[in-house]
Design a protein. Structure first.
Length: 218
């Protein structure tokens, strides 16, 4: 069975914009799928539907029952709170027990290489480090699905390359399903087993490309 799926999904907004028209796509559990296409083709709408933040006008959305991790291009960290407090936020919202939360936060910071920056404020970090904190926050609840909306688009090439490698490492280790929105063909092919290409007006799937799995899990 698929981990996530859209089946004949359409989404028309109240202003009449047809963001998605009869879109079907799916990802197997643990797959890394990229979503590629021009601005306005409905990529963010697909992610919002899968996060449960929006509902289709017609068609079916299959999404995980447990939590979903969401990473945006803007890390949206609370500027007054330490890195560790930012990463802890999803656990606080769930009232996770203190000891378990401490361990999960430590583990998440370790995973993204920010263990030594737990007490730092976001403004004291580089752009790449802020993105790592944002990824740690998305993963601290161990979601089975990670949604990423052009997460690295604002970063310089070198940082972007390193974050792509790190993201692959996390995916290989933690076995979550990933749906990664990007404008970069390079990034899509580097990261994914499958690339779903969308077109605009109305938003639809125009092509699916299978990439020979270059990074199988152990
Ligand atoms: P719904 O179809 O769910 O009623 P709306 O069309 O009323 O949604 O818009 C929901 C929200 O998105 C509103 O706050 C609106 O201002 C905002 N919005 C409207 N147009 C756009 C747009 N082109 N891109 C992004 N957000 C938009
Ligand atoms: P992408 O992420 O590929 O740029 P989006 O999913 O953000 O595409 O948007 C798809 C289309 O729907 C665009 O034309 C956008 O302006 C419009 N749109 C997005 N959100 C809303 C909204 N809340 N209300 C009205 N129109 C929207």
């Amino acid at each position: 069975a698929a981990a996530i799926a859209l089946r004949h999904v359409s989404r028309r907004y109240a202003n009449g914009v047809q963001a998605l028209a009869d879109v079907s796509l799916q990802a197997a559990p643990g797959a890394f799928v990229s979503l590629l296409g021009p601005s306005g083709c409905g990529k963010s709408t697909v992610l919002r539907l899968l996060a449960g933040l929006d509902a289709p006008s017609s068609g079916q959305v299959q999404r995980p029952a447990d939590g979903v991790g969401y990473v945006f291009q803007d890390p949206t960290l609370m500027p007054w709170a330490s890195v560790e407090a930012n990463v802890r936020l999803p656990l606080r919202l769930r009232h996770a027990p203190r000891a378990a939360a401490d361990a999960a936060v430590r583990e998440a910071l370790q995973a993204v290489g920010l263990a030594d920056f737990a007490r730092a404020l976001p403004r004291e970090l580089s752009g790449g480090m802020r993105m790592r904190a944002s990824i740690a926050r998305a993963m601290v609840t161990r979601p089975s699905l990670l949604l990423l909306d052009e997460p690295f688009a604002a970063l310089d090439e070198i940082t972007r390359f390193r974050l792509n490698q790190e993201l692959l490492g996390l995916w290989q280790r933690d076995a979550f399903t990933a749906l990664f929105v990007t404008h970069s063909v390079y990034e899509a092919v580097f990261l994914s087993q499958r690339v779903v290409v969308m077109g605009a007006r109305p938003g639809r799937v125009v092509r699916e490309i299978t990439v020979d799995a270059p990074y199988p899990r152990d």
